[in-house]
Design a protein around this ligand. Structure first.
Ligand SMILES: Cc1ncc(COP(=O)(O)O)c(C=O)c1O
Length: 368
């Protein structure tokens, strides 16, 4: 089991993850360097394309390097195969396959959409020279269960079973998108499938979830800066931005659960502070006071969503947005120079430490 750093690369949480993971999956050189330096263990890298200089560096410390296309593999093949680490068996190379089998519902997150650039389809593998390849990689799922994984593996097996059975293939990477930590995920079915693949094909099986490691582990706390009425809406402007701090609310789009901090609790976000109680916000119009929660930026669409609250919002009130670790912290930007929230770690006993505090100098230095 690998941690996909694309979902969260905050090193302050690596000590917590390390006992459960054999290493990390990286999307390129920088994540791979972070993995080697801060997590240790196995470093698996896959990128849709590598720069030559990037590959040269990866050859020195990565354990699996997976290629996205035959031209990229053929371009670097001699360099890869003849590298001393590859000769000593410390480094293996794989190909990402596109089994062209969609189980997802959101085209933006579906690598099997028609015209996808991610992975090699079956017809391009026929007769290909695979000398030097010892791994196969598929990633097609997004927030899905063991049944979708099993169905995907069966579709892959139909097309590539004989290749998987070849003695040259030593590992199969089943990518990410497995919602393993959801209470209703069928973990026994996952274990049974992995055991079956290992025994039928004599390969090491890797899974590289990102999101599953971080579901329900973090919140984003925001303050109300202003409240006013305009064009039939009651607006609350917050000190955070959908675009800069939670872009999945615009891209996916994703509607986070929101809590107001109040005297009598009616719900609980992922991270609670000692002595605080939380009142869950509702869909617009459900509770007495509805607001459009927006950002202090110039982007007209920088709106997190419409929510209703038990009590009117006031300037200075704090709101808590749930499930804001995965694909949120890593995607933040300094758009409009809106100040970044601190990244704070909380221990089970409630003790907090600031892992990162952002300043004006971070804004200035990042943009050159
Ligand atoms: C190749 C690859 N592996 C792993 C992941 C992690 O997926 P998730 O966070 O959905 O588990 C992704 C996500 O895009 C990916 O593209």
């Amino acid at each position: 089991m690998l941690v996909a750093l694309k979902a969260c690369s905050t090193t302050a949480c690596f000590d917590t993850l390390r006992p459960y993971a054999v290493g990390c999956c990286a999307s390129g050189l920088y994540e791979a360097r972070l993995a080697a330096r801060h997590m240790g263990g196995h470093v698996a890298v896959y990128s849709p394309a590598y720069r030559e200089s990037e590959l040269e560096e990866l050859l020195e410390f990565a354990h699996h390097i997976d290629f996205n296309s035959m031209p990229q593999w053929l371009r670097y093949r001699e360099r890869c195969r003849t590298h001393p680490r590859a000769q000593r068996g410390e480094l293996q190379f794989g190909l990402r396959i596109n089994p062209c089998y969609s189980t997802g519902h959101t085209p933006l997150y579906d690598p099997c959409v028609p015209g996808s650039r991610l992975g090699i389809p079956a017809e391009q593998m026929k007769g290909a020279d695979l000398n030097g390849i010892s791994g196969l990689h598929i990633h097609t799922l997004c927030e899905q269960g063991a049944q979708e994984l099993t169905d995907t593996f069966r579709a892959f097996e139909k097309q590539f079973g004989s290749l998987l059975a070849s003695p040259h293939i030593r590992y199969l990477n089943l990518g990410g998108g497995h919602w393993i930590t959801k209470p209703d995920y069928d973990r026994e079915a996952l274990v049974a499938l992995v055991r079956e693949i290992r025994s039928c094909y004599d390969v090491e099986v890797y899974l590289e979830p990102g999101e599953a490691w971080f579901i329900h582990t973090g919140v984003l706390r925001a303050r109300v800066l202003d409240v006013f009425d305009s064009l039939g809406y009651r607006h609350a402007i917050l000190d955070i931005s959908a675009s800069a701090h939670m872009p999945d609310t615009l891209e996916m789009p994703y509607r986070p659960d929101v809590y107001a901090i109040g005297s009598s609790g009616s719900g609980e976000p992922a991270v609670v502070m000692p002595g605080e109680s939380y009142i869950a916000a509702g869909e617009p119009g459900v509770l007495p006071h509805t607001y459009r929660l927006g950002a202090p930026t110039c982007l007209a669409g920088d709106v997190i969503g419409d929510y209703s609250f038990e009590s009117p919002l006031e300037v200075g009130d704090e709101l808590v947005f749930d499930d804001m670790t995965h694909y949120t912290i890593v995607k933040t930007t300094h758009f409009n120079g809106v100040p970044h929230p601190d990244i704070v770690m909380q221990r089970r006993e409630g003790v907090t430490t600031v892992a990162r505090r952002f300043s004006y100098e971070d804004f200035e230095s990042r943009l050159g």
